[in-house]
Ligand binder design. Structure first.
Ligand SMILES: [Zn+2]
Length: 272
């Protein structure tokens, strides 16, 4: 009895999630805003990037490395529109910013077709080649075997041939190196936290983002408690070796933009 009531409530809740996601929180980028391509995905889609202001200090915001985290793209779309609107009104900023709303376009399209509102999503965290892009970074101890962690389950993945093997990661890293980007904000779902590691400058940026968004800072002890495959060969490890500040934000949900939660923190991030 209680069980069937619970499953009915769950069904209604997911239906409301579906409505909010599709009708009330589905931002698109203004078509007047110009973008350029940083490369192509495996399925030959252009990876768009938006650039605002021009200065030697460069910040990159990029989203959607994981195929089941569609809310990160929505937040991105809102951010592009917002920055575009304030760009002409502000004559001087100390930074140039780049925004790549969606890196893993191939699986983003799949996720939109099959969003799985009524069950846990345990597939689709990868790209079209079945590679978890956040384990494809050329870090010191890279290994061809890994364990994919999604929705509380682990799955062995051994397909990958080498780090930096995927088109999307090649395009991203090539862009970061060419532009000499020093700060990167990257987004995931859904741990409600901001991750920090290593340098004092990252620490400052992470604390500011946390304070202005109310996502809490992921503690050192929590990091130490993670399984090895949750923290190897990924962007933060790569950034440590390259001396680049990476701030990883884990949003609360997989489908929503969470714009109001992030807006203040994003604006503050422009001035740090
Ligand atoms: Zn993720």
């Amino acid at each position: 009895m209680l069980r069937s009531l619970k499953s009915k409530l769950w069904f209604i809740y997911r239906g409301l999630v579906w409505m909010k996601d599709n009708f009330f929180d589905n931002p698109k980028i203004n078509s007047n805003i110009k973008s350029f391509s940083i490369g192509k995905t495996f399925n030959w889609e252009e990876i768009d990037c938006y650039s605002f202001w021009k200065w030697s200090e460069k910040i990159l915001y990029f989203w959607w490395i994981h195929g089941n985290e569609t809310g990160t793209v929505k937040l991105m779309n809102k951010w592009v529109n917002f920055v575009w609107e304030i760009e002409s009104g502000t004559s001087f900023w100390n930074t140039q910013i780049f925004i790549i709303p969606c890196l893993n376009i191939d699986w983003y399209k799949q996720a939109l077709k099959n969003p799985k509102y009524f069950s846990w999503w345990r597939e689709g965290k990868t790209n079209a080649q079945d590679v978890d892009l956040n384990r494809n970074f050329p870090t010191f101890n890279w290994s061809p075997k890994s364990t994919l962690f999604a929705a509380g389950l682990y799955k062995e993945i051994s397909w990958w041939t080498s780090p930096w093997s995927e088109w999307e990661i090649k395009a991203l890293l090539n862009f970061i190196e060419t532009e000499k980007v020093q700060t990167i904000y990257t987004f995931h779902n859904c741990w409600w936290t901001v991750f920090w590691r290593w340098t004092t400058s990252v620490n400052k940026k992470v604390k500011s983002y946390s304070k202005n968004s109310n996502y809490r800072v992921f503690a050192d002890s929590e990091w130490d408690g993670l399984k090895p495959w949750q923290k190897t060969w990924q962007m933060m490890m790569w950034a440590e070796e390259k001396n680049i500040d990476v701030i990883e934000i884990e949003m609360k949900t997989r489908w929503w933009s969470e714009w109001e939660l992030n807006k203040k923190a994003l604006i503050k991030s422009l001035r740090i």
